[in-house]
Each structure stands twice: as C-alpha cells, then as structure tokens.
Design a binder for this molecule. Structure first.
Ligand SMILES: Nc1ncnc2c1ncn2[C@@H]1O[C@H](COP(=O)(O)OP(=O)(O)O)[C@@H](O)[C@H]1O
Ligand SMILES: [Mg+2]
Length: 390
C-alpha cells in the first residue's frame, strides 16, 4: 500500500455502506501525511467522533489544516501536513453553477429553480458527482501532493464510477430535450406525455421531482440547455481524472462471504471500465493477533488459535470442568473455528487477485477508530509491508 502514497496520487475509496470507507480514508490520510506528503482528505458524512478527531466543524468547500501539534500527539512525524474537508453537496453544486461562463441571469435562474434544488439533493449521483467535482478542483489547484476521497454513504459503488457519464447522458437524453424544448407551455405538457418515450422520461423525473414540479423541470432543462456544452466538458474532464494513471481505487470490504463476492464483482467492474484498482482493504477482520498472523503469512492455524484448542484438553478434566468453564471453552472454540474459516477464505480471495493489487487487513477495534492515535495505528497496519505473502 505504501507505494500508492505518492506525489500527485489520487486515492478513491470504494465499497458498500458500513464497511469502513470513511474510517479507512481517514487512516490513509494520516499514513500519507506521515510519509511526508501534503495531503488533503475529502470526507463525506463522517461520524461525530471522527469529525471531532479531524477537527471538522461543518461542511465546506476548502480543506482545513489539522494542527501539527495534534498530529504529533497522535504519533505522526512533526513535519506531517494533513488537511480535511467535509463535503458540502449543495454548496459544491451552487459553486459549479456560479462559475459557469453563461450569462449571470441564466446562472441565477438555475440557482433559483426548485427542480435544480431537488436534483442536487435527491438525484442519484448528485452527491457523488459533488465529491468528484471537489476532487477535480483540488487536483487542478495542485496545492496538495496527495488527495484521498471518501464515497457517499448511500452511493452504490458503481454509481460512483459512472456519475459523470450518467450526468452527461441525462443532459443528452433525447426525451429530455424533446420534452423540454422551450418554450414550454403548460397546456402542451399533457400532450407530450402521450408518447411512450416521453412517459418514460417523465416517470424518471417524477421519482425525484414530483409531477407538480415538472414545469420547473422544464424550465431547468431549457435553461441548462444554454450551458450544456460547458457542463458536458466539465463532466468529461472529471471522468478523465477518474481514468488518469495517477488515480487509484481502494476497495474496502469486510470478510463475510457475501461481501467478498461483491468485492470480486466490483473488481471486474473496475476492469471493464479500465479503472485502476490499487488495493483492497479487508476491514474489521477478527482480532489484532489473527490479523497479524494472517498478514505474516500464517493462513491456517496461528499460535493463539492453537492455544484455544489446547485449552479444551487442559480443563476438560474434573475438578476444573464446571458448566461455566465448559460453556466458555465452547464459545472460544466456536470463535476459533469461525476465524479459521474466514482465514482460509481470505487466503483464497488473495490468491485470485491480480498480482499488482495490494491487500491489507485491519482488525475489529471499535475503541480506536474514532481518534487520531487509533486511526494512525490502523494506518500502520494498512501500509505494513506484507500483503501478498498471504
Ligand atoms: N476496524 C474497525 N473496527 C471497529 N469499528 C470500525 C472499524 N472500521 C469502521 N468501524 C466503525 O464502523 C462504522 C462504519 O464505519 P464507516 O467508516 O463510517 O463506514 P462507511 O464509510 O463505509 O459507511 C463506524 O461506526 C466506524 O467507527
Ligand atoms: Mg462513510
């Protein structure tokens, strides 16, 4: 994983909700900062405690620097530089519109449009695109060495990859243009809905706008049409950054069979889109000792698990054997079995990965992941040199 932390590198976290993307993004931010890279972290909807740990008071457009004293107190090198920002979807979209080249009146008309407002709040992909837009800007500014981006909680991973293209498609949808070609008289609306294609588009729009808002939608699309070229160009540039050699995706998953199967599919989807997978993080994997054993190449039966097995023999003789003892040993033994199954599964998963993809493990450690010191500890695990010996 260490080799992914470079000057000009862009890391994008992917994975289903709740697997630990936001947490891992923060840990990687600390790792990059500690490696001497001036790092910016774009975080989305972090838990309150993580927000406090990163010194994030409210969402914004500009990353704020964490104090060096706090970073040093967490164990980072005194030279470490880390800035963090919490995504502000609405402000990001408004800022994008305000910076378009069109006439001021046109921009104002878009900003005041209620359909536009609902679009930025509810259209699947609007939140994701805002994150990418922020990434693109920071990349353009070249103020930071390394950029790390989290994924919105609700976003399906594929939605993230496809957001710029989907927006372009939305702007280009023939139905949309045909339906909302200005001038749009309210009376003409019903007639236009008669066609099947139009109904389809209307249905889609209705999902997040409501029929009553269709005249606003019409107004939005006819206004946006004046800036369509510029918007398309923008979405295209953001899409190109996703595909640039400096951009690597970090896939976060947990070790449950279903989640691993999903991760495998995501790897295929990335490949199909010619996007670069840099690493896979298996988060919340068992306990610290199991993680270390697996990371060091012990895939079968590490010492501490063998110890559990021998406990059984040790105490399964009277007078030590009480009902409580028996229950305890059985509990531990079940745990051992479950962990061994998972270890074997991870080892199989690792064997199927392309050789250039890093694999990192982070244990379940609830008390740690919400403070800088604990996150830095996780960072150490993520960047430890082991990976492919599994
Ligand atoms: N390694 C871990 N050990 C224990 N708890 C974790 C770990 N990683 C994440 N968590 C917790 O799991 C929850 C979800 O994590 P989060 O990073 O917000 O996931 P996501 O961004 O993928 O939705 C949070 O409460 C977080 O503190
Ligand atoms: Mg999250």
């Amino acid at each position: 994983m260490k080799e992914l932390l470079n000057k000009q590198s862009v890391l994008i976290l992917l994975g289903t909700g709740g697997v630990g993307k936001t947490t891992v993004a923060a840990a990687l931010g600390l790792a990059a900062a500690d490696a001497g890279l001036d790092t910016a972290l774009i975080t989305i909807d972090p838990s309150r405690r993580l927000r406090d740990a990163l010194g994030l008071r409210k969402p914004g457009l500009r990353p704020n620097k964490l104090s060096r004293a706090r970073l040093a107190a967490a164990g980072l090198t005194p030279a470490a530089q880390l800035s963090a920002v919490m995504l502000d979807v609405r402000a990001m979209w408004d800022d994008l519109v305000e910076h378009l080249n069109g006439a001021r009146a046109v921009r104002q008309r878009i900003l005041a449009n209620s359909f536009y407002r609902r679009f930025t709040e509810q259209f699947p992909g609007a939140e994701t695109y805002a994150a990418l837009e922020q990434l693109y800007r920071l990349h353009q500014d070249r103020l930071f060495d390394t950029l790390i981006v989290d994924t919105p909680p609700a976003a399906h991973a594929l939605e993230f990859l496809d957001a710029p293209e989907r927006l372009t498609r939305l702007l280009r949808t023939r139905g949309v243009h045909w339906l909302f070609k200005p001038p749009m008289a309210a009376a003409g609306l019903a007639a236009r809905f008669a066609g099947r294609a139009a109904r389809l588009v209307a249905e889609q729009l209705e999902r997040f706008a409501g029929l009553a808002a269709l005249s606003q939608a019409a107004d939005f699309f006819s206004t946006a049409a004046q800036m369509i070229g510029e918007l398309e160009e923008r979405f295209d540039r953001v899409n190109r950054l996703l595909h640039a050699p400096c951009t690597k995706f970090i896939l976060v998953t947990t070790a449950e069979p279903q989640r691993l199967a999903h991760a495998r599919r995501l790897i295929e989807e990335l490949k199909a889109r010619r996007l670069r997978l840099g690493a896979i993080v298996i988060n919340r994997f068992a306990d610290e000792r199991t993680c270390s054993a697996l990371a060091e190449g012990c895939t079968q039966n590490p010492l501490h698990l063998r110890e559990i097995a021998s406990l059984r023999e040790l105490i399964f003789e009277p007078p030590l054997l009480t009902a409580g003892m028996r229950a305890l040993v059985e509990y531990l033994d079940d745990y051992r079995e479950q962990v061994q199954e998972r270890m074997a599964e991870i080892a199989r998963f690792a064997r199927d990965l392309p050789s250039e993809v890093n694999l990192a493990l982070a244990p379940e450690s609830p008390s740690k992941v919400n403070n800088l010191r604990g996150l830095f500890d996780m960072a150490g695990r993520l960047t430890a040199k082991h990976g492919r010996r599994l």
